[in-house]
Design a protein around this ligand. Structure first.
Ligand SMILES: Cc1cc2nc3c(=O)[nH]c(=O)nc-3n(C[C@H](O)[C@H](O)[C@H](O)COP(=O)(O)OP(=O)(O)OC[C@H]3O[C@@H](n4cnc5c(N)ncnc54)[C@H](O)[C@@H]3O)c2cc1C
Length: 434
């Protein structure tokens, strides 16, 4: 049964909202979490393909660089609650982690559900109520500094308009996430709520999103995952971004970690109506000269073999047929008949396997939202709004987003931790007064 008045109301039971609630409990007793979905933490449970890449072991400077220019906003939060703190936090809650390639921490048994369960058990043990099926539709600030929160409370049959409740609170934490994967509950509603309270929302883009490419080449390679390749973004004959690592071909284009990380650059260029290409270096460890020497060696040593045999030695199976098609060279053509022009063409294709970008997938396929509450309007030391006293932000709703690798969840937990911590808040009030 919901009451009329709370000290703190937290909107959104994702990682940011849940940790904010747990930490708020140290200073306040009357806390309520409002969650619009029937179950809390839906996105956390599917994170990292259900394995949850919770954080990264990168050092502070490197970690922050993964957020681009807005990363500096997180300096204070990370200085107070960083990767090792997060790991220890969950270890105390009974969750263990393992470190994988790229410094990525995953839950020990590859079960993101265990992380959500640990948070929810902690919330329960602190007697913090979570009201699910409760969608916040408006937040108003009264002259007496109280907030009035209007909530659409669905009944068990899921009737959205069953009941509209009004709750008062001294403080509100908006932790409603971004706009991606709306089926997990984050539909971007929090941006509207913040905007009604006077906040600026910087333009919203899907980020860490798969890229659509021209032609049928990607479709033919669908399902092929490549490791240790370099992907570059090209626009107006200039290289504008690049990443090294793992990628994936899909029925519509390109995906996988390095493509998702490059997507932020691509999305902005495409929205500016630029012509964009992604060039894949399939042999980044070899120079053009080294590749040519390797091809010449193969030709000399196996001169009677067919062209296809050479490709098989250089490429995974699926790529062989695509390369043969691109060359328009009969696959049985003897290596001794391959001329220098054809050698050059092969070398170029290995180093610059190009795809023209035609677009990108929607918010529903994006791992995170780029853009959000303008960081200039939030105190980075408390996560409190600089415009509305008593209003706090945590997690992806803020205009911060990073590469894949556990950076986004760390940001959600660190900002939630700071927003919830009375200690940090009072410390900063002291600092502010000085
Ligand atoms: C498929 C996928 C995989 C991912 N994997 C990783 C990973 O491995 N590592 C990583 O670092 N990041 C990952 N991310 C990103 C990460 O999950 C998010 O950045 C993180 O969950 C953001 O946390 P949050 O608490 O801010 O928001 P969310 O997790 O989105 O939670 C917001 C909550 O607010 C609720 N809500 C929204 N509006 C309202 C309203 N009006 N009233 C009441 N409640 C509301 C929503 O229902 C939701 O429960 C992944 C994302 C996706 C989509």
């Amino acid at each position: 049964m919901l009451q009329n008045q709370y000290d703190i109301v937290i909107v959104g039971a994702g990682p940011a909202g849940l940790i904010a609630a747990i930490e708020s409990c140290k200073s306040s007793k009357k806390i309520l979490i409002l969650e619009k979905m029937h179950t809390p933490a839906l996105k956390l449970k599917i994170s990292g393909k259900g394995r949850c890449n919770i954080t990264n072991d990168a050092g502070l400077g490197d970690f922050i660089s993964h957020f681009g220019k807005n990363g500096r906003f997180l300096k204070f939060a990370f200085a107070n609650f960083f990767n090792t703190d997060l790991i220890k936090y969950f270890e105390k809650l009974g969750v263990q982690f393992k470190l994988e390639r790229g410094g990525r921490y995953f839950q020990e048994n590859d079960d993101a559900g265990d992380i959500a369960k640990a948070l929810l058990n902690k919330v329960k043990s602190l007697n913090i109520p979570i009201s699910t099926n409760s969608e916040v539709i408006s937040i108003t600030k009264l002259p007496d500094n109280n907030f009035v929160i209007a909530v659409n409370k669905k009944n068990l049959a899921g009737n959205k308009n069953a009941q509209c409740i009004r709750i008062r609170a001294d403080k509100v934490v908006l932790a409603t996430g971004g706009k991606s994967y709306s089926r997990t509950g984050s539909t971007g509603a929090g941006f509207r709520l913040a905007s009604q309270l006077g906040h600026t929302i910087t333009p919203l883009f899907p980020s860490l999103v798969p890229i659509e490419t021209k032609g049928s080449t990607a479709k033919k390679l669908q399902g092929l995952s490549l490791k240790n390749v370099k992907a570059q973004v090209w626009c107006k004959n200039k290289k504008v971004d690049e990443r090294f690592g793992e990628m994936l071909f899909t029925d519509f284009g390109l995906s996988g970690p390095i493509i998702l990380s490059l997507s932020k650059t691509v999305v902005k260029l495409i929205d500016n109506k630029e012509k964009v290409f992604i060039s894949i270096d399939l042999k980044p460890a070899l120079t053009h000269k080294m590749i040519d020497q390797r091809i010449i060696r193969e030709i000399t040593e196996h001169s009677k073999q067919g062209f296809k045999n050479l490709l098989k030695k250089l490429l995974p199976g699926k790529l062989v047929s695509v390369f043969i098609e691109k060359f328009k060279i009969p696959e049985e053509k003897q290596l001794s008949h391959i001329n220098s022009e054809e050698r050059k063409k092969l070398r170029m294709l290995l180093k610059e396997f190009q795809f023209e970008v035609t677009g990108y997938r929607s918010f529903n396929n994006a791992i995170v939202t780029s853009g959000g509450i303008c960081i200039k309007e939030i105190n980075p030391q408390t996560m409190e709004s600089k415009l509305v006293k008593g209003l706090y932000f945590a997690g992806e709703i803020i205009d911060i987003d990073a590469d894949t690798g556990g950076f986004n969840l760390q940001a959600a937990f660190s900002t939630g931790w700071i927003a919830g911590r009375k200690k940090a808040i009072s410390f900063c009030k002291l600092v502010d007064k000085q």
